[in-house]
Design a protein around this ligand. Structure first.
Ligand SMILES: [Zn+2]
Length: 149
């Protein structure tokens, strides 16, 4: 399934070049991991996965690469209260649904008209560069996946 959607290699290199950085195998592999399994992993979870491909990589390098990907806006850092930062490669406007039972975090698409309605509640003079919406609760459609974590 993941091979249906290969990394737009040139776009990846160009985005890094835009902020004066070059493509490295570490950055590439980490970005690929985030794209292939979109379950909002923490840095530790990314580290565990990347080690299969790059056994000598350090956790510090993983943190640096994730920071770089966030910096050049290929990936978003997502924070839920009292939890480690998670990483999301979905750059479309979306909310998150955090399942309290399984710990899973799913993307929920936010239609443009809803997003502009939300921004419309801001008083004059307030200019939002981003909006973060997180639902918390239980997702009964994920019952079969409860044992996964
Ligand atoms: Zn997300």
């Amino acid at each position: 399934m993941s091979t249906d959607n290969p990394i737009p290699q040139q776009a990846f290199a160009r985005t890094l070049a835009d902020i004066g950085l070059r493509t490295t195998p570490q950055r590439e592999v980490i970005y690929k991991i985030l794209l292939n399994e979109r379950n909002h992993p923490t840095a530790d979870e990314v580290f565990a996965r990347v080690k299969e491909e790059l056994p000598t990589i350090s956790l510090a390098t993983v943190y640096n690469c994730l920071e770089t990907l966030v910096q050049c806006k290929l990936v978003k850092a997502v924070n839920f209260e009292r939890e480690s930062t998670r990483y999301c490669p979905n750059l479309q406007p979306h909310a998150h649904f955090h399942d309290d039972r399984t710990g899973a975090t799913n993307d929920i698409a936010l239609p443009a008209e809803i997003l502009s309605q939300i921004k419309a509640v801001l008083p004059p003079g307030y200019c939002a560069s981003s909006v973060e919406i997180t639902f918390r609760g239980t997702n009964t459609t994920s019952d079969s996946a409860v044992d996964r974590n």
